[in-house]
Design a protein around this ligand. Sequence first.
Ligand code: GLC
Length: 725
Amino acid sequence: MKQDGLGYIVRGKNGFLHILFYNDNIVRFAYSKDEEVPKSTVAVIAEPTGIDGFLEDDGVLKAGVFKVDVDRDSLAVKISDLYGSILSEDLMVSFQKTKIEKKKLWEHGIYGNGEKYSWLNQLGSKTINYNSDVLLHHKFHHPAVQEMHTAIPFFIGTCPGKAYGLFFDNSYRTTFDFAKSDPEIISFQADGGNLDYYFIYGLDLADVVKGYSLLTGTLPLPRRQILGYHQSRYSYQNQEELLAVAEGLRKHDLPCDFLYLDIHYMDAYKVFTVNKDGFKDFKEVLQKLKKMGFGVVVIINPGVKVEEGYRVFEQGKEKGYFVTKPSGEVYQGEVWPKPAAFPDYLRTEVRQWWGEFYRELLESGVEGIWNDMNEPSDFTRGSGTLPDDAVHRSDDGTEVPHAEVHNIYGLLQTRATREALEAIQPEKRSFVLTRAAFAGSQRYSALWTGDNSSLWEHMECSIPMILNLGLSGYSFVGADVGGFRGDCNGEMLARWTQLGAFIPFFRNHSEIGSARQEPWVFSAEVLEIVRKYICLRYQFLTYFYNLMKESANSGVPVARPLLYHYQDDLNTYHINDQFLLGEGLMVCPVVRPGIKNRMVYLPDGDWYDYWTGEKLSGGRYVIAEAPLDKLPLYVKAGTILPLNDSGLNKKTDEPIRKLTAHCYSGTDGYCRLYFDDGFSTKYRQGEYSELEIIMKKGLQGMRTEINVLRDGYPIPEIKLKIHDG
Ligand code: GLC
């Protein structure tokens, strides 16, 4: 081993190993055939930093928190901490198979791993990371489906007191085996590309998630309004129907900020067109909705209809902007518009060209863009996507096979979208939603988990899916509330809305041909429950917004599994149906029909029943009452919850004028709050305020204090309310 630039290099029998550091806790192992450090994928935005390392006589490298020992022959790596305890040990490194096998060591659980239909803890399972339009192959999502819409080849191994993250920076189809085939081995493998991975060490999960976010980025602070409720359907087919939904929401006193236009708003599914039969007054309707407090989000898929005279197709073809066959001919697949060509978003020029088309939509008043079918989906082929040998071209003209671009195709599309939106409306925070994503996509878009069904099982599985996405750096996520495919019913909608109200992205969406599932279609009782929880969501808007800010700063998840804060408590390692929103609010959804009570695990400490104010001691299981109108919620002693006064604030874009900070006493508490206008980018120039609320035990009970830390935007009036059980 010898020093090489900022890092180290080792020559082995079959090639080279580069060891690079990104900070004291993050080390990269990149294998190559030659002496050049392999190129990272688009996921990584961090640069290696030089670090003071020390090569011992026996060839062991000491740097940061690590000791790294490399076998000179095979280039297998053993990583220990500075005290010598082993953190990771390779059993096999295969250049030929692009595969590494590691010894399963102390992991009690494996988490993260992007979007997976699985339980929270994935130890003992095997998965494939390959973006797929699931419904092309399966009737619905189920645990045997390994290839979901979004692949994030990153996982976390943990046990009490320590954790590591492993990010396999490879955009080909990858396979992870978490000690399934062999209980002693954890392995990862790719169909092509490089063996190039990052090992992130931390005392806890938070360190690891922050380290991963440092490598791949965080979400930009969203518009506050986007944290409200969204109503969608495939499709609101014409302007009358869209307006009727908007009126229905207002008539029933349902707060809602966004409505969606699915594929039928287009002319013959041609992207960047509007169907003039159904939406003859497109602009006026959007304006009218805006006055009613609704923003409209429109769908834009990658598949461009192959049709002579259609400008997007004609331009793309003429400029050579579409993905081609190896022969150079434009590749034609099939999506909603039937024959379709696929823009080659790998090139900057193509992304910019595509981005310009958004201008008209934005000028018409569109407030957000929904990028779908971007795995990319292709109906003509058994694989459901483009062939591996379809050709993309990089900025310097090099041909890159689809096999390498496949998993980042969705990311590249959302990048094109986001960059365009920001260039066209620089003063406004843009909103992009995607179905397919890769590591790093959180920088460009929110994500929804694709085509679920109106099944209780899908409501249940959405919880670990969303929590694992959060641990994979993706905070701004949600599942279709009420379920997309199949028929929802009143009870299910009530329960799913309760859950959705505490998930970062909150949208009711359903498939064409399925039963309607707007909040008022079932019964007065269901409507009332749905209204209650949507209103509750709006009361929690400042809380959510602050969690999003924290996530934008450092990548910490908004919705967190219990073990995120209670890693020393092994009881939390398998809890799939409870989660923490931030640190102090525990959400315990009901995910089965006919339930009136449910078991809840309260970790150590005191907890308050949010509804009754009763104080309960933790470190035990309790039975919570959960009639249909009740979602069990608990608040940890020491938490300060900032709640907006009215849930019926229909103008979410208006400044927040009043807040009540609910202080749950028992132990000292601290909360930092951030305020800005909620929609513009002025906060980047310093137009924001920050304050802290401190709660301390004093001789005469709890003492609270508010300190303004920065005064760059009007601070709402804050009332304090002490809860002491
Ligand atoms: C895909 C999307 C779904 C959308 C439909 C029609 O199935 O996942 O959300 O409604 O396409 O555009």
